[in-house]
Design a protein around this ligand. Structure first.
Ligand code: RET
Length: 241
């Protein structure tokens, strides 16, 4: 059953990647960066699920627990790219906010790597210590998305704002569920078995990557207006403060 679910992940992400590439071939040149970034996200996830389905992305720890560490490699690559999509949509002039963008990405990678330390459970204490550190990083990160990025996005045209808001809410809600599934699963309290854990992460991964990608890339108006398309053409070069 576990392997079957992981193969569903491989197939789902391969199909999504093909679909996003196809949408990219139909899109005007200027908005293709969104298709490239999003297809890399689902392509990376397809590879990660392939690694886990074939057993290469998992290892036995603590005697008999199968630890799917490849998830963390996937997340280290894909969560910064999801942030890149959001940032490109929210900021009128991303090039002038490189410091802010790099800060978000560093915080995000810190969250995933401390999550990996938690998941590898060198001791019970270490697992929960790193879990708490990682969760604090996530709260700060999602707070920045909900405040600074949200207010920056209000300088954009109506279509961009609306798409950004939907995606930002989706991100805040779905990302917050990852630590909960982690706690319920075999890395945390083991309240649910490994099959349920794989299933729940699969659903979250599908929604956070494929659902996100479909909402973004089928909104052609929004991605077409994203760069410097500020409401009524008032494309001010804005900096996040
Ligand atoms: C972990 C465990 C430690 C505490 C926290 C976590 C957060 C993980 C997140 C993952 C997001 C993944 C996404 C993947 C692909 O779409 C590492 C589970 C806070 C937020 C969005």
């Amino acid at each position: 059953m576990d392997t079957f679910l992981l193969w569903i992940g491989v197939i789902g992400f391969v199909l999504a990647t093909a679909f996003f590439i196809y949408l990219g071939t139909q899109a005007p040149q200027g908005s293709r960066i969104f298709h490239v970034v999003t297809a890399v996200i689902t392509g990376t996830a397809a590879f990660s699920y392939l690694m886990m389905a074939t057993g290469a992305g998992a290892t036995l720890v603590e005697g008999d627990r199968l630890f799917y560490y490849f998830r963390y490699i996937d997340w280290t690559i894909t969560t910064p790219l999801l942030l890149v999509d959001l940032v490109l949509l929210a900021l009128v002039n991303p090039g002038r906010n490189i410091g802010f963008i790099v800060g978000l990405i560093v915080l995000d990678v810190f969250m995933i790597l401390t999550g990996l330390l938690a998941g590898s459970r060198s001791s019970e204490f270490a697992a929960y210590f790193w879990f708490i550190v990682s969760t604090i990083a996530m709260i700060v990160l999602l707070f920045l998305v909900a405040t600074r990025l949200f207010s920056e996005a209000s300088r954009q045209s109506g279509a961009v704002q609306q798409t950004f808001r939907t995606l930002a809410v989706l991100t805040v809600v779905l990302w917050s569920l990852y630590p909960i599934v982690w706690l319920l699963g075999t890395e945390g309290f083991a309240a649910v078995g490994v099959t349920t854990e794989i299933f729940l992460f699969l659903i979250l991964d599908f929604l956070a990557k494929i659902g996100f990608g479909i909402l973004l890339l089928t909104n052609r108006e929004a991605i077409g207006q994203a760069f410097g398309g500020g409401g009524g053409g008032a494309a001010q070069a804005s900096r996040v403060r």
